[in-house]
Design a protein around this ligand. Structure first.
Ligand code: SAM
Length: 353
């Protein structure tokens, strides 16, 4: 995949450490400096560019240097991954190639690659990303999969013999409430996978609310989602009943213990909203508020799915034991791909009247 390099040569020189803006940012990368400075007739491949930026990132101690370089160069060339690039891509996007001039310095300033690209994939959706809105993490994809598995299981059960356990399914599909929607990753994936569902998504951060709205519109899901700028600690919760009581509450709340915050990667601390991460001294501040709210919002036998810290499943079980008035119980704990207890399935039982 060789790319001819006439006008390109000048631009490449600008990318090198002794030139322009980057000069002040980069540690030099002598091998490439020599390679790119020697001959104007040299051909440059996408692989060369990736290798160049990988070296620069490494020299600047940027984590995941190879992956970052591949993502940025491929993105500039119009592909998701380096493996999916082909020769015609390179020819077609050649004039755009040097957008990396503006993207790579952002990565060198330790901006997460998701913000650098301005988009990221979650499940089978491509979502817009914007600092400081929380970047969806891979384990949260498992949280979405758990809900889908549970819906499938319940559908099978309700069509068999257990009509006395589960309420008859709503012909309009489940109503889902997501607390702390960020970019909209969870709610929008569920809407896409459950075509008859409707969702309410709330976040206390206005930028997150706006980003979820933008993502919903880009994915043409806006008619089935109500997105609200709302704090879970607010005393008014009636607005959450836009479509009546809900079947499912789902949340990946801020759950990092206060004392663990300082151990987070510098990229996270510098760019992501810390209000999306910190859950108070025991990581439970928002979790407890969601549990307090749930009985007013959930249908009887409704489900709640939470992503938590591995220390939380025991703490939540104990806390619910001491709050029997909430009519909630932990029906299952699921492990993440690292084998850590990460997801809670909590259910509401029918209150005695
Ligand atoms: C860990 S992020 C999860 C974002 C998204 N659901 C995801 O998984 O990518 C937590 C989100 O909760 C929001 N949040 C924090 N405190 C909140 C509160 N009191 N009320 C509503 N949302 C809150 C944050 O703004 C943030 O967007």
């Amino acid at each position: 995949m060789k790319v001819p390099v006439s006008a390109l040569y000048e631009k490449l020189l600008c990318l090198l450490p002794h030139h322009g803006l980057l000069g002040s940012l980069l540690n030099p990368c002598p091998r490439l400096l020599r390679q790119y400075s020697c001959s104007k007739t040299e051909l440059v491949t996408a692989t060369d560019l990736i290798s160049y930026w990988k070296d620069v990132f490494e020299a600047n101690e940027i984590p995941e240097a190879q992956a970052s370089s591949e993502y940025i160069v491929s993105h500039v060339l119009g592909a998701k991954t380096f493996q999916s690039l082909n020769a015609s891509n390179i020819a077609r996007y050649f004039t755009l190639l040097f957008r990396e001039q503006s993207l790579c310095p952002k990565r060198i300033s330790k901006m997460p690659v998701q913000y650098v690209l301005g988009e990221w994939d979650f499940q089978d959706l491509t979502l817009k990303m914007k600092p400081p809105v929380f970047i969806p993490r891979p384990e949260t994809e498992e949280l979405v999969s758990l809900v889908l598995k549970d819906k499938y299981k319940k559908k099978k059960l309700s069509s068999a013999c257990c009509r006395d356990i589960w309420q008859p399914p709503d012909p309009l599909g489940p109503v889902i409430l997501e607390i702390g929607c960020g970019s909209g990753a969870i709610a929008l994936s569920l809407l896409r996978k459950l075509p008859q569902s409707r969702a309410i998504a709330i976040d206390k951060l206005e930028t997150a609310v706006n980003l979820t709205k933008e993502n919903a519109e880009r994915l043409q899901l806006q008619k089935r989602i109500k997105i609200l700028h709302h704090d879970v600690f607010s005393s008014s919760w009636e607005c959450l009943l836009h479509w009546g009581l809900v079947d499912i509450i789902i949340s990946n709340p801020p759950y990092v213990f206060h004392e663990d915050m300082s151990h987070l990667a510098p990229e996270i601390l510098r760019y992501e909203d810390l209000g999306a991460l910190e859950g108070g001294h025991d990581g439970m501040t928002i979790i407890k508020e969601i549990l307090n709210l749930a009985p007013y919002i959930l249908k009887d036998f409704g489900s709640m799915f939470l992503e938590v810290d591995p220390r939380h499943p025991k703490m939540v079980k104990n806390w619910l034991h001491s709050h029997p008035d909430l009519s909630l119980f932990v029906s299952a704990t699921h492990k993440d791909f690292c084998g850590k207890p990460r997801f809670l399935h909590i259910q509401k039982y029918k209150r005695r009247s």
